[in-house]
Design a protein around this ligand. Structure first.
Ligand code: MIG
Length: 674
């Protein structure tokens, strides 16, 4: 299919090497003259037809179709994923214009890019690249599917986690002690709620120092990791980007300082910032030796039996810097002498909040890169990606044979080869459940297959019905984690009032696991998406093309999650006849064949709607597993909607050995005739 696409690369100036693209593409000479794309210097313009859909941009606010808003690639620790925002944690500068022509655009630059997609003028897309040095890739092809695959071929194969990472994980900021973690595990096991991992948030560390463990809260950590393993639970600790300043007591800091591994200011002095631990330094991940050093630090935890991590605060988030704090205190002193009126009062407030993630700090930081000294501001959107790359390369050295779970908060295209990402600090809001449905497909286009949102929502208080509905979608996302913020209502399933129903929904995850794993691996090896907008499969169907809240999931299924409170069901559009499964658990569901067209489909809060496409089969287990290693691929049953004949190829492997191609696992074939 890829052969039918055309890729053209236009190089402007001398772009910074992002390593997002792994294939050599010779650059065109001359102006950008692709179809409707007009490029001049830092501005690219494209006229949009009324029917055109613009997909892409990965982790961003708003819908699948990005038209009608201005999006800015500028990695931000944004705790409010509101409609009015322009940037989240990652920069994924890939767009797909899906009209009569299918055009993929990838703007490869680690600096800021503004995508005005019919926001200033409805029928025009205007892309403004801040840095005059960048690469532009223009891909044209016969279908959206082909263009995305072609793009994915350019950026390389998506990250493959261990199979256990497809299990259910419970998280909280934070489980503070080993006993608290034991309680989480006990409650799940005793009540028969499946569980594969418990996440450790910042409080497991000794004074928020990366790669340390607080021995008073987690005595004999190695023994504890082992004890959890015996219960088939993986502990997944967090690692933050900032390294605490602690002279003489923290070897990571001492070594980093001695060897000059931290980001510096313009004069070459290490630049002090503050994050969780207070005063800290940011490793200069742009340097290969620093990546090696930092990547090797993970070994201290790997050696204790840890086999998964999440990387946080790597946009990088900066609470304040020494320099800016001083300025702020001075300013506050001036305010003290004033009568604060409507202007000065708000200026006063902004003076303090402006400390957080200040662009001034990003301008003050410098990196030693493979192409010389560069101001952070110019390469900002790559910082998190390089932290993740450091980890990924470290894992390859420490565990050459084994897959390690890794997902990050910040990312750039290219990170999808090293890790997954979670969708950051969302809220326990219905609109954020819907956002996650849309974002997951957008991320898939950009290569991020191992992804998911904090199920139930991170900030604010969850309601039992929201958790049920959220799980009803999240059981299909590769990363399935219930995580919530300090101070919010407890969100563990066993502490909620509808425990039994949540548990039954989770059983579906384990019943579908052979399918989910198989489809994930096939998507990864074929540069395909796991979640697709309907437009990808039904390009001629005008109704289907504009559906924003239903997704195809793998080759056989369509999902239509309920994302509204107090709904007793929802309207579903079927682009063709499908078999509906209204599922309450792996054992309890009803089936109905629905004709192409619109349907009101009842679905109570504890019911999940799953649609099987015609002539497709879906392997299905009993759902009785309490953890992934208990899911057997033998003795599976098959769900299907067979009109004439259907077959399915199931992928299996040992789940931990690194695999590079489909043939490294085993394929077995199911068939069914009518
Ligand atoms: O800004 O480690 O997104 O998942 O619980 C707070 C504490 C820092 C942000 C992460 C969130 C995590 C939290 N962290």
């Amino acid at each position: 299919m890829n052969q039918t696409c055309t890729v053209k690369k236009y190089t402007f100036g001398t772009p910074f090497p992002t390593h997002a693209v792994v294939r050599e593409v010779p650059a065109e000479t001359g102006e950008v003259q692709e179809l409707l794309v007009k490029g001049e210097g830092r501005v690219l313009q494209l006229l949009l037809d009324a029917e055109d859909i613009v997909f892409g941009l990965g982790e961003q606010v708003r819908g699948l179709n990005k038209r009608g808003w201005k999006y800015i690639s500028n990695n931000t620790d944004e705790s409010n994923h509101a409609e009015g925002k322009h940037s989240l944690y990652g920069s994924h500068n890939f767009l797909l214009v899906d009209g009569i022509e299918k055009i993929g655009l990838f703007v490869d630059t680690p600096g800021r890019v503004t995508f005005d997609i019919g926001y200033s003028m409805s029928e025009q897309m205007r892309i403004e690249v801040e840095d005059p040095d960048y690469d532009l890739y223009v891909i044209t092809g016969p279908s959206s599917d082909a263009v995305v695959r072609c793009f994915r071929g350019l950026i390389g194969r998506s990250y493959i986690p261990p199979r256990w990472a497809f299990g259910y994980g419970q998280s909280r900021w934070s489980y503070e002690t080993a006993d608290e973690v034991r309680e989480v595990v006990r409650e799940h096991r005793e009540r028969g709620i499946p569980l594969d991992m418990v996440y450790l948030d910042i409080d497991y560390m000794d004074q928020y120092e990366d790669f340390t463990v607080d021995e008073t809260k987690f005595p004999d950590f190695a023994g504890f990791v082992q004890e959890m393993k015996e219960q088939h639970v993986h502990l997944v600790p967090i690692i933050d980007a900032g390294v605490k300043k602690a002279e003489g007591t923290y070897p990571v800091y001492d070594e980093g300082m001695e060897k000059g591994y931290f980001c510096k200011d313009e004069s070459g002095k290490p630049y002090e910032v503050a994050v969780w631990p207070g005063r800290s330094y940011l490793p200069d991940f742009f340097r290969e030796d620093v990546r090696t050093w930092f990547g090797d630090q993970y070994r201290s935890l790997l050696d204790l039996g840890i086999d998964g991590f999440w990387n946080d605060m790597n946009e990088p988030a900066i609470f304040y810097s020494d320099r800016r704090l001083k300025e702020t205190f001075e300013k506050i002193g001036e305010f003290q002498k004033q009568n604060l009126d409507v202007h000065s009062f708000f200026e006063f407030l902004d003076t303090i909040t402006g400390l957080f993630n200040s662009p001034e700090d990003y301008k003050a930081l410098w990196h030693d890169t493979e192409v010389g000294r560069v101001c952070h501001d110019k390469v900002h959107n790559l910082y998190g990606a390089l932290m993740t790359r450091a980890a990924s390369e470290g894992f390859r050295r420490a565990e050459p044979e084994k897959r390690v779970l890794m997902f990050s908060r910040s990312s750039y295209i290219g990170s999808h080869r090293d890790a997954g990402i979670w969708q950051g600090d969302n809220k326990s809001w219905w609109s954020h459940l819907k956002l996650s449905v849309q974002m997951t497909a957008s991320l898939n286009m950009c290569g991020f297959l191992y992804t998911g949102a904090d199920a139930g929502g991170f900030a604010d208080d969850v309601s039992p019905d929201l958790l049920l509905r959220w799980l009803g979608f999240a059981i299909f996302t590769p990363l399935l984690r219930n995580h919530s913020m300090r101070g919010t209502r407890r969100q563990e399933i066993w502490r909620m009032v509808r425990t039994e129903e949540c548990k039954q929904i989770l059983s579906l995850r384990y019943a579908f696991l052979p399918y989910i794993y198989s489809e994930y691996m096939k998507a990864a090896f074929a540069d395909d998406m796991l979640f697709k907008p309907l437009a990808f499969a039904y390009p001629e169907d005008h109704r289907a093309r504009h559906v924003e809240d239903q997704l195809l999931f793998g080759e056989g299924l369509m999902l239509a999650p309920v994302v509204e409170q107090n709904a007793w069901g929802r309207y579903v559009y079927l682009p063709e006849d499908m078999k509906l499964l209204r599922m309450r658990s792996a054992q309890d569901y009803d089936e109905e064949i629905l004709e192409k067209g619109d349907h009101w489909v009842p679905a109570m809060e504890h019911e999940v709607l799953v649609f099987i496409r015609p002539d497709r089969l879906v392997p299905f287990g009993s759902g009785s597993a309490m953890y992934v290693d208990e899911v057997s691929e033998t003795g599976l049953s098959v769900l299907g909607y067979v009109k004439t004949k259907a077959s399915y190829e199931l992928y299996t492997d040992d789940g931990v050995r690194r695999v590079e191609r489909l043939e490294d696992g085993e394929l077995s074939r199911f068939e069914s005739f009518r």
